[in-house]
Design a protein around this ligand. Sequence first.
Ligand SMILES: O=C(CO)[C@H](O)[C@H](O)COP(=O)(O)O
Length: 229
Amino acid sequence: MDQNTLKKSAAEYACANFIHDNMKLGLGTGSTVTFLVDALGKRIKEENLNITTVSTSSRTKRQAESLGIKVVDLNDIDELDLTIDGADQISPDYQGIKGGGAAHTLEKIVATASKRNLWIVDESKIAEPFGSFPLPVEVLDKAQNQLMLKFEQKELNPQLRLNENGKPVRTHFGNLIVDLHLGQIQNPHELGAYLKSQVGVVEHGLFLDTVNTVIVGREEGRNCIDNIR
Ligand SMILES: O=C(CO)[C@H](O)[C@H](O)COP(=O)(O)O
């Protein structure tokens, strides 16, 4: 089975089993979430569900609205019942790296506003060592050089993320992404606190003690559901 089949399977399982009528739902970003939004659009139409969503990117918002899904601004909602999102890497104790799609700042804001968080992934995301996926850090333009120097001194192997035209990738908020090529993260909480304390860092892609449930699309054809907290 290819990766997309596993992503689709996890997304469709989440849509069928974790979404209920009258929910306020956060929608993540990425290819796995694309399958979720497709399935949600179908369910809303077929079952005439009343679901209000908040989106974590303009990509997801466009897709959701094109399928007739109601999308509102997070500022118009006090709390979300559930957010369903993808992830780039998940550790054995369910810490996450996100931001491969440069959307982690808004994803973290939406996740924090949710009573529960569910991640949908294919099994390649449960990889070790944790940190082998480069850790995205969103930074302000004016701080980029200073932060890169600091990160180099600390041997965090920073690299400015470029698009296919060799131009810096811009986030939803117009900022830059610096990817830290760490190979392994020994102490995610310590690293997260260090990054958070750096002036000019907007947000890092470590999602610590965040997720409640993970659905993993697996090669043997059945999804694995891990309830964590
Ligand atoms: O964090 C993210 C975007 O910023 C995505 O959730 C993450 O990159 C997973 O993407 P995909 O579902 O395409 O594998």
